[in-house]
Design a binder for this molecule. Structure first.
Ligand SMILES: O=P(O)(O)OC[C@@]1(O)O[C@H](CO)[C@@H](O)[C@@H]1O
Length: 410
């Protein structure tokens, strides 16, 4: 019963803490950026002013009476938190509600002409069109014809390190991009991940010109890929999905994205469309993968899912039955990124050596976390690793985005 012993959930009110800085500094900065990026009208500006004031020293207001998702938010705890300071409720909850309110302020949920206009789209597109994205795509050419194991590793690590491409994080940590990543993972269960996804025994990989097809799998299982950021993270996630399908490590990939813009750069269906279009128009190997993804969407071997719970302010332990059933039937669920990790293990300051298998015991099927470390929550380290990290960096390793992990619970 790991959760009986769970430490208290993280709040945003501890002076000097990372969560407090996100609420007090990152959120106002996001409001500023969004305001500058669009020619919004007076109502939008008034809405943004009100949110800015509420974030600084106000309290949590209820949603408008006619909000389409008011009942859902009440189930998710809105009534209990209404009237409380943003800093005094679970941090995960305040952050999530902040994005919900921001979208409200800019008319995202309508009705009206601004309905569906993603306030983060200019930032996401700029990243997708950045020269770095093209360089990453061009690098795929060198991978063609390499042994499958090498491709496995490269594509898995591409998806893992793609998680550094988080626009919200860079906003509050200007030096993040310049800091060098530490290649040695703090936990690495990647072998177990590949064991859960053996190649099918028939010939495979013909479309990539490689692959022995000598595996033991059936090639028919489903991988749920719970995506995180759009752009430079989603592109390698899609390339990983294409690789799994091409090498018949699974027969179907279900890509879970957010139902609406969230945490600045989190991927929505529109971002998947942009990324697949970008890939399929690319030169060389990347273009081939992109066109295969396009085809996979057409034949249903790659599907996109935008479940409301993907943007819920709650840990995955409280997932609804339909989502539970989906994850239960998957061969493997791959959970990307820092926020999803917090939701997967529970947003508490666990002792870093708490077993990952214990805190994810509730998850209905095999689950893998691919995450760069950008918040305090961490589990599954061995004592030696933790000691070495602390000796080298104090507690900075937890939030600096330079370390990464691959953890698996079968
Ligand atoms: O989930 P991601 O994109 O990897 O990271 C999300 C993040 O930037 O936002 C949260 C704080 O706002 C933290 O969980 C983390 O720092």
């Amino acid at each position: 019963m790991p959760h009986a012993a769970a430490p208290p959930v993280i709040l945003g009110n501890e002076p000097g803490s990372f969560p407090r800085s996100v609420l007090a500094e990152r959120h106002p900065a996001i409001i500023r950026q969004v305001r500058e990026a669009f020619p919004y009208g007076p109502d939008h500006h008034r809405g943004l002013d009100a949110l800015l004031a509420a974030c600084a020293d106000g309290v949590i207001d209820p949603l408008p009476a006619d909000a389409h998702d008011r009942d859902r938010w009440r189930v998710w705890g809105l009534d209990a938190h209404t009237g409380s300071s943003w800093f005094d409720v679970p941090w995960l909850w305040s952050e999530s509600y902040f994005y919900r309110r921001l979208l409200e302020a800019v008319g995202y949920f309508g009705p009206g002409p601004w309905q569906g206009i993603d306030p983060f789209r200019p930032f996401k597109l700029a990243e997708l069109e950045a020269p770095e994205t093209d360089e990453e795509l061009a690098a795929l050419d060198a991978l063609e014809g390499r042994p499958v194991e090498e491709q496995d590793r490269a594509l898995l690590h591409g998806s893992l390190w793609g998680n550094r491409a988080d626009l919200g994080f860079r906003l509050s940590d200007a030096g993040a991009e310049q800091r060098a990543a530490v290649p040695g993972l703090v936990a690495d269960d990647s072998e177990r991940l590949w064991e859960l996804l053996p190649q099918a025994d028939a010939d495979s990989g013909s479309d990539t010109g490689s692959g022995s097809g000598s595996g033991t799998g059936t090639g028919t299982g489903t991988v749920c890929l719970v995506a995180d950021n759009a752009g430079r993270e989603l592109v390698p996630d899609l390339l990983l999905a294409a690789h799994l399908l091409a090498h018949r490590r699974c027969g179907r990939v279900v890509l879970h994205v957010k139902p609406y813009p969230y945490y600045v750069s989190d991927a929505t269906t529109a971002d998947v469309v942009d990324a697949v279009r970008k890939l399929s128009g690319a030169r060389g190997a990347a273009g081939g993968r992109g066109r295969r993804l396009w085809q996979a969407m057409a034949d249903g071997t790659l599907t996109v899912r935008a479940h409301p719970f993907s943007a819920a302010p709650l840990p995955y332990e409280r997932m609804p039955d339909d989502l539970r059933a989906e994850f239960a039937s998957a061969t493997l669920t791959i959970v990307k990124g820092d926020l999803n990790y917090r939701r997967l293990v529970g947003d508490s300051r666990w002792a870093p050596t708490t077993a990952f298998a214990d805190v994810t015991a509730y998850f209905p099927g095999p689950v893998a976390a691919l995450r760069t470390l950008k918040s305090d929550v961490i589990t599954g380290l061995d004592a030696g690793t933790e000691a070495a990290l602390v000796a080298a960096e104090g507690q900075r390793w937890r939030t600096g985005g330079t370390h990464a992990l691959i953890q698996v619970r079968e």
